[in-house]
Design a protein around this ligand. Structure first.
Ligand code: SAH
Ligand code: SF4
Length: 361
């Protein structure tokens, strides 16, 4: 990892402070942010309204490198999966999921994941490292640029979900700064409701969510029964359902509105009438929404996906008992881009690169 800060590690406020310390004028922030987030020109040599001296000074203090899209593939349903390669050779995946109403970017927060959920492809590779703020922000910029090149300037990413590789709250500070940049009116200017952070339930970090910018929160619950949840998520042995919900109760709901509970439905494991009853008694009906995700199989997975009729029955049963529940349509499973199927593969061949006018890492 480079020791020098990257220019995309800062939101406008923190960059302004940093420039001040360097003895540079604070109006430079507006110009820098305009080139990066508005004009999307990353090559500092093209920043014509900034003096040569100031550009040299910036170059000596900050990195401007851009990771590469080393591979991408589009599935039959239009879901595009990308493999992003960083300077140190590590890779992560991101996915663009399109529907009529929105275009969602599912981005990664870590190379691998330390949580080790037994149903998750990413979880099987362990944690290599956290992504830095700029590596998270650049996933958005690379995806936007690819869309523009591929489909024309009309195509834009409308929503971001932190549901790719990694546990976002395990990389709290970097994800916090990346979120600030996504929301920053001088940065990407996205609305709070357009960003969703999904967490496996790291209790100490959930307790700190009042320090995080207000975005939608999704909790990966997967079972209302401690024994079953511990089998699926070893983390539940440290932070069981009772502790998790004590922490969830403290989330400032005004900002976070309703909480989404993700529930991977696995055949013969958490799909019974008893599981429905446990869920209904655990969740607060007014403040909760259940998102049922039919388990996505991947090579070597030990669990099985449920039949469509069972998924429908499970969802309807929750609705009948007053819980808002929906089924997440599985997208991109023919190219292993669906939830939980992400795992970086170093062997794939490069494909088309986006039209960045910038220095490559
Ligand atoms: N680490 C975070 C966010 C990334 S995982 C978390 O666990 O919440 C994003 C979502 O994909 C989670 O709800 C996760 O449980 C789900 N997921 C993981 N593996 C899956 C699989 N094999 N089938 C379906 N969903 C899966
Ligand atoms: Fe990590 Fe989320 Fe996968 Fe669990 S489901 S191993 S927390 S990425």
């Amino acid at each position: 990892m480079s020791l020098i800060d990257h220019i995309l590690d800062y939101d406008s406020e923190s960059l302004s402070q940093r420039l001040k310390k360097m003895g540079m004028p604070s109006y430079l922030v507006n110009q820098i942010f305009d080139w990066i987030y508005c004009k999307r020109i990353f090559d500092i040599d093209q920043w014509s309204n900034i003096s040569l001296t100031n550009r040299e000074k910036l170059k000596s203090e900050f990195s401007f490198s851009i990771p590469k899209i080393v591979w991408n593939s589009t599935s039959k349903d239009g879901t595009t999966k990308f493999l992003i390669g960083f300077k140190d050779g590590h890779q992560v995946e991101m996915v663009i999921i399109s529907s009529l109403k929105r275009r969602t970017l599912c981005l990664s927060s870590q190379v691998g994941c330390a949580i080790g959920c037994t149903f998750c492809h990413t979880g099987t590779q362990g944690l290599t490292r956290n992504l830095s703020t700029h590596e998270v922000v650049l996933q958005f910029l690379l995806a936007s640029s690819w869309l523009k090149d591929d489909e024309g300037s009309e195509s834009k990413i409308s929503n971001i979900v932190y549901m790719g590789m990694g546990e976002p709250l395990h990389n709290f500070e970097n994800m916090k700064m990346a979120t600030k940049i996504f929301l920053d009116p001088k940065g990407l200017g996205l609305g709070q409701r357009r960003i969703t952070l999904s967490t496996s339930g790291l209790v100490p970090q959930i307790e700190k969510l009042d320090e995080f910018p207000p975005v939608n929160i999704a909790i990966s619950l997967h079972s209302a029964n401690d024994e079953v949840r511990s089998e699926l998520m070893p983390l539940n042995r440290a932070y069981d359902i009772k502790r998790l919900f004590q922490a969830i109760e403290k989330i400032p709901l005004k900002a976070f509105r309703r909480i989404t509970y993700e529930y991977i439905l696995i055949r013969d494991l958490n799909d019974s009438e008893e599981d429905i009853r446990a869920l209904v008694s655990l969740l607060n009906k007014k403040e909760s929404k259940v998102n049922i995700i039919p388990f996505n199989e991947f090579p070597g997975s030990r669990f099985k996906k449920p039949a469509d009729a069972l998924v429908e029955w499970f969802c309807e049963s929750l609705n009948k008992r007053g819980l808002v529940a929906t089924v997440r349509v599985t997208k991109g499973d023919d190219i292993l881009a669906a939830c939980g199927q992400l795992k970086s593969l170093a062997t794939k061949k490069p494909s088309k690169l986006p039209g960045f006018s910038s220095i490559e890492s």
